[in-house]
Design a protein around this ligand. Structure first.
Ligand SMILES: Nc1nc2c(ncn2[C@@H]2O[C@H](COP(=O)(O)OP(=O)(O)O)[C@@H](O)[C@H]2O)c(=O)[nH]1
Ligand SMILES: [Mg+2]
Length: 425
């Protein structure tokens, strides 16, 4: 069910691959063998997040789920470097938490508006063959590939959906109030669960304003998951102030006073949400019985500091003082706290404690790990010199020793990524 809500989305992110280095030799008329002059590959584009204060939902991510930044281009001749890939800038609402789904760590909490934040770095470009010439090796016929980047599965969670949330039983008039106060066009109908998504709108007041959410679906038992209770209560959690709407006319045959208690009881049972600042809005004042019930409610709440605002969404009356009070309250309420980012989260896992492992798979010895991946990206299997470098690296990194310890003897088959070779001690 959760997937139908747009305050949590799962997307794939990938920074751009680094461009490959170029193998090229300088050519000039009458010059026989020119020197190596292959340029480096370009850097891949970064994945950058930025909070856009105009966005309030993750709706834009419903259909677009893959965000891959541009790769760097291959190097050119005459030591010209390949073009870098464009960064991919992803706009999200303020208060979006980015979580690595592989380990549940929080990568970033995007709070501040318009401050770009690099979340994944593009791969470095590989060196062109011009780097590999020395006194012995005058015509290096190889270059290095660019660093290939990983795909990350991440979850975006919207922590704050609105400043103010409208709660209350179905049909008390929440959607109507939202449409009266904002330009939002919510579905208004006379049956329960019309709206599954919270509708949002901006209430303009003076030169300022606030975001108002219609949070449907709160019924008796919501805190035990009745209806879609948890989903809706999660939205309540993300507001700073609640407008508790009552149908004070009791036109559906329920008593507004017991409605108030039932909803507050559900809020209380779910993380004590009844402690959130709350203003009572008595709607449908245009109907008979309203005055009488309002009087009873005032008596019931006498001696508490609960504020009560009688309104009618049908005749659009009583809203100006309510909006004023919301503005006043919001000014004194604290901002939603930020989530602690996991400082341990690392994009590049090459620093992990176990850089490689050796395991048996039938007749194969399989070597895996970040060090192995890194090494394989750096070699060119068609080139003898590059392969000599590979062999030296296997010894230097202790991979040969580890294979021997694992029982490998001359002639056994070894696999490192896509590279397969016979073990030679
Ligand atoms: N008479 C009267 N009817 C209202 C008022 N506000 C809402 N309604 C009606 O009550 C019904 C439920 O309203 P709705 O906004 O969909 O309620 P919600 O389920 O809380 O979102 C609709 O038929 C509205 O037209 C009001 O102030 N007076
Ligand atoms: Mg509604």
């Amino acid at each position: 069910m959760a997937s139908s809500f747009v305050d949590i989305v799962r997307i794939k992110l990938k920074a751009g691959n680094g461009g490959d280095g170029k193998v090229n030799f300088h050519r000039e008329k009458f010059v026989q063998a020119g020197g190596p002059d292959g340029g480096d590959g370009g850097k891949g584009g970064d994945i950058v997040f930025v909070a856009d204060p105009g966005m309030h939902t993750l709706l834009d991510f419903r259909f677009n789920r893959k965000f891959y930044a541009e790769p760097g281009m291959i190097g050119g001749p005459s030591r010209s470097n390949g073009k870098s890939g464009e960064d991919l800038i992803i706009k999200v609402p303020m208060g979006t938490v980015i979580r690595d789904m592989a380990n549940d760590e929080i990568i970033a909490d995007i709070q501040e508006p318009n401050v770009p934040r690099i979340v994944l770095h593009g791969g470095r470009g590989g060196w062109g063959n011009s780097h590999f010439a020395n006194s012995i090796r005058q015509a290096p016929n190889f270059a290095k590939p660019g660093i290939k980047t990983e795909v990350f599965d991440v979850q975006l969670e919207l922590k704050t959906i609105a400043d103010v949330g409208l709660v209350g039983f179905p049909n008390v008039g929440k959607s109507t109030i939202l449409s009266v106060l904002t330009a939002a066009k919510p579905k208004i109908a006379n049956y329960h669960f019309t709206t599954l998504l919270p509708n949002l709108g901006v209430v303009k007041a003076h030169s300022d304003g606030f975001v108002l959410a219609d949070i449907p679906g709160l019924i008796e038992g919501a805190s035990e998951g009745a209806g879609l209770g948890y989903e809706f209560l999660r939205h309540v959690e993300r507001t700073r102030l609640l407008l508790h709407v009552l149908d004070i006319s009791g036109c559906e045959g329920r008593d507004p006073l017991s409605d108030l208690d039932i909803i507050n009881n559900e809020l209380d049972k779910y993380k004590e949400l009844s402690k959130k600042p709350q203003i009572i809005v008595c709607n449908k004042m245009d109907l008979p019985e309203a005055e009488e019930n309002l009087k009873r409610l005032k008596e019931k709440l006498e001696g508490t500091d609960t504020l009560i605002f009688p309104v009618s969404a049908a005749t659009v009356q009583g809203f100006a003082p309510l909006v004023e009070e919301c503005m006043r309250k919001l000014k004194e309420l604290p901002e939603i706290e930020s989530f602690e980012e996991d400082s341990a989260w690392e994009e590049f896992k090459t620093l992990s404690e176990e850089p490689f492992t050796v395991r048996r798979e039938n007749e194969w010895f399989v070597v895996e790990g970040p060090v192995v991946d890194d090494l394989i990206y750096r070699i060119n299997m068609d080139d003898d010199e590059s392969m000599a470098f590979f062999e030296r690296s296997l010894r230097r990194l202790g991979i040969i020793d580890a294979l021997r310890e694992a029982g490998a003897t001359d002639g056994d088959s070894v696999r490192l990524g896509e590279v397969e070779f016979d073990f030679i001690n």
